[in-house]
Design a protein around this ligand. Sequence first.
Ligand code: URA
Length: 273
Amino acid sequence: MSNVPKPPKPRPKPKRPAQPAPARGAGSVPEGVRLQKLLAGAGIASRRRSEDLIRRGLVTVDGRTAVLGERVDPTKVAVAVEGRRVSLDPGKLYYALNKPAGVVTTSKDPEGRTTVLDLLGFAERVLPVGRLDAPTEGLLLLTNDGELSHRLAHPSYEVPRTYVAEVKGEPGRGALRRLTEEGVPIPQGGTARADSVTVVDVRPGRDARSLVEVVVHEGRKHVVRNMLAAVDLPVVRLVRTQFGPLRLDRLAPGSYRRLSQAEVAALYEAVGL
Ligand code: URA
């Protein structure tokens, strides 16, 4: 028996270095992250539903239909789900802030006043989209998404901004017509015209006060205050309640929140991204 040769021991298989699964899809990059993982991670849908959306051809990457299993670099591609752009880049931040009166829309104030960035209280570099005057309250969007920010602030994209103004006096028909049809001269030069002006409330009397909702699609400095002053309705209080599709709703003064994917998608849509 001792002469019977022992069978050779099976040699351990050589270990292969871990490799990403082969890239799939025309623009798939092997070092990227699987699309369904990114969609699920961004809270767009569960992993399984994300796979289903890709399988059904409802997800595009840079305009072409995505393939299940493909890997993408979320910082470099534009992904859309059912035709709506989604933000998959974890480095992109989008916040809505309810700016209180007295807080300035700059990153540093030489007079030492509280800035909108002080209110956010964290180090990530986001910047306000456009500006609100120091006494103006309400909705301010802050982001580090440069292209979106540029388009939202640029008048050529005509993103409507809605303000509720408390004014001295009572708006007559002539004032409303001038504001919305003829346009009124403003100190910067030229004229300004509102998309709409709606009288919300009037408290008549010697010290009459009114509430008016004004929609404009530009961000020139003091534009709403100047327009209302031009028709003898000086502003006592000004609150921005809406910026494009984004609403202030019940965000408490001085507080902020991250935008949802649906809100970011609606902003992209508003400026054709
Ligand atoms: N128009 C104004 O007059 N002030 C603002 O802060 C914003 C728009």
